[in-house]
Design a protein around this ligand. Structure first.
Ligand code: INI
Length: 156
C-alpha cells in the first residue's frame, strides 16, 4: 500500500507573532472574544509578548488595517475580531459583507493567514451566546483556526 503523506497543523502557538485586530463597536461583545482568544493562545504555548492588540472603530475599518498589518511583515497571522449585529439597521449587510470580503482579499493577496472572528448575528442575544456563553466563544474558534492554518502553511 502506497504511503499517504498528511500535512496537518500542530496546535502550538509558541514563537508566533499574532496581531489581534479588534473593533471597538459592540466592545462588550468584542472584549469577550479578545479574552477568549488570548486565553486560548496562552494555553497553547503562545507568549503574551508576541501578541499585539490593534483597536479600530468598527468592522468596516478592519480590512484596511488588516492589509497594513499583513504587509508589515511583523506578524505570522492576524486574528480579526468584531461583532456585527443586525438589530434594525440595514447598515448590517454592507458592513458585514465588506468586512468579510476584505479579510478574504487580504489573506489571498498577502499570503498571511487571517483568523475570521467576526460575529454576524441577528440580535444581541445571539452575539452574547457566541461570546463565551452557551454557543462557545467565536474568538477561541478563530484563534484555533488561525493557529492551525499558520502551522499548515509552514509545512507546504
Ligand atoms: N460596526 C461594527 O463593528 N458592528 C456593527 O454592528 C455595526 N453596525 O451595526 O452599524 C458597525 N458599524 C460601524 C462601521 O463598522 C463603521 O465603523 C462606521 O460606519 C464608520 O465608518
Amino acid at each position: 500500500m502506497a504511503h499517504i503523506t498528511t500535512i496537518e497543523g500542530q496546535m502550538n502557538a509558541s514563537g508566533l507573532r499574532i496581531a489581534i485586530l479588534a473593533a471597538r463597536f459592540n466592545d462588550f461583545i468584542v472584549d469577550r472574544l479578545i479574552s477568549g482568544a488570548v486565553d486560548y493562545l496562552s494555553r497553547h504555548g503562545g507568549e503574551r509578548d508576541n501578541l499585539t492588540i490593534i483597536r479600530v472603530p468598527g468592522a468596516f475599518e478592519m480590512p484596511v488595517v488588516c492589509a497594513r498589518l499583513a504587509k508589515s511583515g511583523k506578524y505570522d497571522g492576524i486574528l480579526a475580531l468584531g461583532a456585527v449585529i443586525r438589530g434594525s439597521t440595514p447598515h448590517f449587510d454592507y458592513v458585514a459583507s465588506e468586512a468579510t470580503k476584505g479579510f478574504a482579499h487580504v489573506m489571498l493577496e498577502s499570503g498571511v493567514p487571517v483568523g475570521f472572528g467576526l460575529l454576524t448575528t441577528d440580535n444581541i442575544e445571539q452575539a452574547v451566546e457566541r461570546a463565551g456563553t452557551k454557543a462557545g466563544n467565536k474568538g477561541v474558534d478563530a484563534a484555533a483556526a488561525l493557529l492551525e492554518t499558520i502551522r499548515v502553511l509552514e509545512q507546504i
